[in-house]
Design a protein around this ligand. Sequence first.
Ligand SMILES: [Zn+2]
Length: 87
Amino acid sequence: MRTLLLAAADTPGTGTGTLILFALAALAVYLISCRIWPFTACTKCEGAGRFRSPNGRAWRYCTRCNGKGARLRTGRRILNHLTGTRR
Ligand SMILES: [Zn+2]
């Protein structure tokens, strides 16, 4: 990661270096946001955590998020993986 940054900074003039830097900055912002807000709404139940039956009285938990209505964001899963393998 650090060597990649240095290599991008060393490339003279052309737009690719700044493009890579921009991409890395965007990735960093995304990963930081995933650290602060690790969850997003479950795609299957849209954050409700359960599905209602047509009569509206009965319901069952969403199987995908186990009724939490939340799922880990992709970036957070990557972070968890990285921190898990570090030690
Ligand atoms: Zn769900």
